[in-house]
Structures are given as C-alpha cells and as structure tokens.
Design a protein around this ligand. Structure first.
Ligand SMILES: NC(=O)c1ccc[n+]([C@@H]2O[C@H](COP(=O)([O-])OP(=O)(O)OC[C@H]3O[C@@H](n4cnc5c(N)ncnc54)[C@H](O)[C@@H]3O)[C@@H](O)[C@H]2O)c1
Length: 426
C-alpha cells in the first residue's frame, strides 16, 4: 500500500505510537512529535519506550521519524493529537496538554489539513476549546482546517484488539472533514469505522464506554464488601451469574481501579455536566466506591494480622505489583500507590516488587521481597505472581497472611497450607 498523504502524530505514548507505526505500516509518510527526549531517542533507535507487544514487534520494521520540532506539522495532511488528559489532585480535568498541542498545530498548520483529536475528552471540548483556537488564529474551519474527533480504544496488553482491527467512531464539524477522517481510519483499521452525527456525539461515546466500565466495577466492588459480611464468595457468584448467556457481563472486584482511562475519564463528564446544571450522582458514587478500595484492602490486612497478633505498626508488608493491570509496565493511577499510602499511614514497613516496574520497586525479586515480609498484598495480577506464589514458596519464607487484591490466587490451596488468605469479597 502507498498513501500519498503525510501523517503527524502529536504525543507518542500508548495511543500515539501505535497509531504512528500503523500509519507507516499502511504506507503513509509519518512524523511523530513529542516533548520527551528520552522517548524520542528510543523511538529513533527503533526501540519501544513502553512494554507493549504491538509496538515492540513493529517499531523497527516501520520506523517513525520522531522529533520535538513542531515544524514537522507543516508537512502533515493529517495531524493526530494523542496527548494525555489527566485530572488534578482534586480530580478536576486538566486540558492543558490538549490546548498546548492544538496551539502548536494552529501555528504550524498546513492549509487544508485534517486535525483529529484522539485523546479522551468530555463532550464539548472540540466545539468549545479546539475550534475557537483555530478560528481566533484566522483559520476557517471546513476550508483551511478540518477538525475531527476519533476517540482511541486501544487496550495495552490486548492480544486480539489493536489499532489495525479496532472499530472506531468518528465525528467532525462538516461532511468533508468527516469524509477525509473516515477514509484515513478505514485505511488503517479493518474494523467498522462508524460516522457519528456530530463531533460532540463522538466525544460522548468514549466517556460512555469508560463510565460504563467504572460503574460496573463499582457495583461488584460494593457487592464484594456486602458479600464479605454475608460470607459469600463473590468470585464464585460472578462465575455463576456469567453462565447466563445474555444480559449479564462479568466484572470483577479488586483493590482499586487504575490506569489513565477508567479512573479518570468519568470526571470529565461529571465536571462538564455540572457546568450545564446536571449532577451525575451515579458516576460520582461509582468513583467514590472504586476510590475506597485501596483503604478497604488495607483494612482486610489489618483484620488478618490481628489473627496472628501482629500490629500494622512495624510489620513488614510486601506489596506485589505496581502496574495498574496485569502484565504491563504502566503505573498511572495504580491503586498500588494508594495501598502503599495507607500502609504508611499505619506505620507498616513497606516493601514493593513488580517484575515489570523494577525501577520503582524496593525489592528486585520475588524471593527478596518474601524474605523481608511477614504478609503480602497482591495488587497486580501479573502472570509471574499467579504462577509463582505457591503455598510452598510462601511457607518457605514464613508469609503468614496473603491479601489477594485481585482475587487471582487459589484460596483453598493457600488456606489448606495454613496461610491466612483474604480476597476482595471472598
Ligand atoms: N493508555 C490507554 O490505554 C488509552 C486508551 C484509549 C485512550 N487513551 C487516551 O489517549 C490519550 C493519550 O493517552 P496515552 O496513554 O497515550 O498517554 P501517554 O502519556 O502514554 O502519551 C502521551 C504523550 O504525549 C506527550 N505530550 C504531552 N504533551 C505534548 C505536547 N504538547 N506536544 C507533544 N507531545 C506531548 C507526552 O510526552 C507523552 O509521550 C489520553 O487522553 C487517554 O485518556 C488512552
């Protein structure tokens, strides 16, 4: 395949880098713009700055020219904006990276280019923030610039779905913008590319998807707390309910919700709706429940330690996992850090180990952390932990208590070996 157009991707992270590589793979000329020099160096050496198979397997074969020189935007017929959309300490949306990336694009725009925001935003950002930034610089939308929104759905670590086959939704301000965007996305993905009636609808799709997940997780987290008191194993119940072939979708409780999406995106809708006079009670409660799980997990530990007459104060606790989900190295919004904060509050001695995040771990091997600890909390269900945390190994190092924050270990097996096991709702 050979496309005559040039693509510039702004923000070469979990979202932008796969998009840049895929665009190169299907024949576009591709430039990548980022502010992080160490990331740029690795990409230009054909190495992935993150642990992600899709990127690692392709980056050397489909090289992207990565730079911090915004002048490359001037060459681009298609500009993809893939920068972070975080919240601040009060959970208030921070659109600064999006605004900065758009301002840079406005200054370097090639006339007639398509600019697509892929970052997750609340409904209204394209209309209320992005469009005015172009217009106040004198660009006529639908003539000098075409603006679209195509929220990214990439799921790091997913072996089935990636940028080459994910279905997408696209919205634009005008038919020409929509047509150009549809043509581009259909050239990179074999999945359905669905045009939306408006850019606002496209923005809303992504927030709905991630809020749906947050709410469902909050529901099972609440059930976990309730079933714990009722003496019912929630994992078994969910597996039972999941035998219903329709109208039930299994979600699982855990020590908390992390990552740059689920734990963040609902706040964008909550705050924007508030400005229009709507109070999202359901979303707020979901966030509250999910944010309460790290503290709940530490309470489970405290209860279990009481049984072996150990105080939290001064007892060495091993936290197993810093990444927010299994088998990745992404620690953003990871509940492990809230668990650690809570343990510190109780004056426990905290050790940490994550085989995917050794740079932030205090111990460099599973054996090393077990040797130092009296109890462990599994905060990430990495394959290494599931495979290696056998009763024999735990007993060898004198681990008295296991708090399984991901319900990923064999409860019966550990209990039959005399280890105190507590899961989340089991
Ligand atoms: N990570 C995911 O799984 C995922 C999935 C779907 C959607 N999203 C959304 O996609 C967006 C990006 O997320 P991500 O995970 O790729 O973030 P990331 O932090 O991995 O990557 C963002 C990159 O943008 C760069 N950057 C920031 N400001 C810039 C600027 N002004 N100019 C150039 N580069 C800049 C950063 O240096 C970083 O390398 C967010 O809105 C997120 O919610 C993420």
């Amino acid at each position: 395949m050979n496309h005559e157009k040039t693509v510039c991707v702004i923000g070469l992270g979990y979202v932008g880098l796969p998009m840049a590589i895929r665009s190169k793979e299907v024949g576009y000329e591709v430039y990548g713009l980022d502010l992080d020099q160490s990331k740029l160096d690795l990409i230009n050496q054909g190495k992935s700055p993150i642990e992600e198979a899709y990127i690692e397997e392709r980056i050397a074969q489909f090289p992207v020219i990565a730079t911090n020189d915004a002048a490359v935007i001037r060459k681009a017929d298609i500009v993809l904006i893939c920068v972070p959309t975080p919240v601040d300490e009060s959970y208030y949306p921070d659109l600064t990276p999006v605004i900065k990336a758009v301002e840079t694009t406005v200054k370097n725009l090639k006339k007639g280019a398509l600019v697509v925001l892929e970052s997750t935003v609340n409904p209204g950002v394209s209309e209320e923030i992005i469009r005015p930034l172009f217009e106040s610089a004198g660009h006529i939308v639908g003539q000098d610039v075409f603006i679209a929104h195509c929220p990214e759905r990439v799921n790091p670590g997913d072996k089935t779905w990636n940028v080459s086959n994910l279905p997408r939704v696209v919205g634009s301000f005008d038919q020409t913008g929509l047509d150009i965007a549809l043509e581009y996305y259909r050239s990179i993905s074999s999945g359905e590319i669905r045009p939306m009636k408006s850019i606002r609808e496209a923005e809303a799709v992504k927030i709905v998807e991630n809020s749906f997940r947050d709410i469902n997780i909050a529901f099972v987290n609440e059930l976990a707390k309730s079933f714990d008191k009722l003496g019912i194993d929630i994992k078994d119940v969910i597996l039972g309910a999941a035998t219903k072939p329709f109208a039930f979708m299994a979600h699982y409780p855990s020590c908390g919700v992390g990552g740059h999406c689920i734990a963040v995106d609902p706040y964008y809708l909550i705050e924007r709706a508030k400005k229009s006079g709507f109070d999202h009670k359901f979303l707020k409660i979901a966030r509250e429940i999910n944010n309460s799980m790290p503290e709940y997990t530490v309470e489970k530990l405290q209860d279990a330690l009481n049984l072996v007459k150990l105080p939290m104060n001064g007892t060495a606790i091993g936290v197993l996992g810093l990444a927010y989900k299994a088998n990745v190295d992404d620690t953003r919004e990871s509940p492990a850090f809230e668990v650690i904060k809570n343990l510190n509050k109780h004056l426990a001695i905290v050790e940490t180990f994550d085989p995917h995040v050794l740079g932030k771990s205090t111990s460099q091997s599973l054996e090393a952390i077990l040797e130092k600890s009296k109890a462990v909390i599994v905060t990430t269900n990495h394959k290494e932990f599931i495979d290696m945390l056998t009763p024999e190994l735990l007993n060898k190092y004198g681990i008295l208590v296991v708090i399984d924050g991901k319900n990923c270990l064999d409860k019966d097996l550990l209990e039959s070996a005399g280890i105190i096991y507590r899961g989340i709702g089991r």
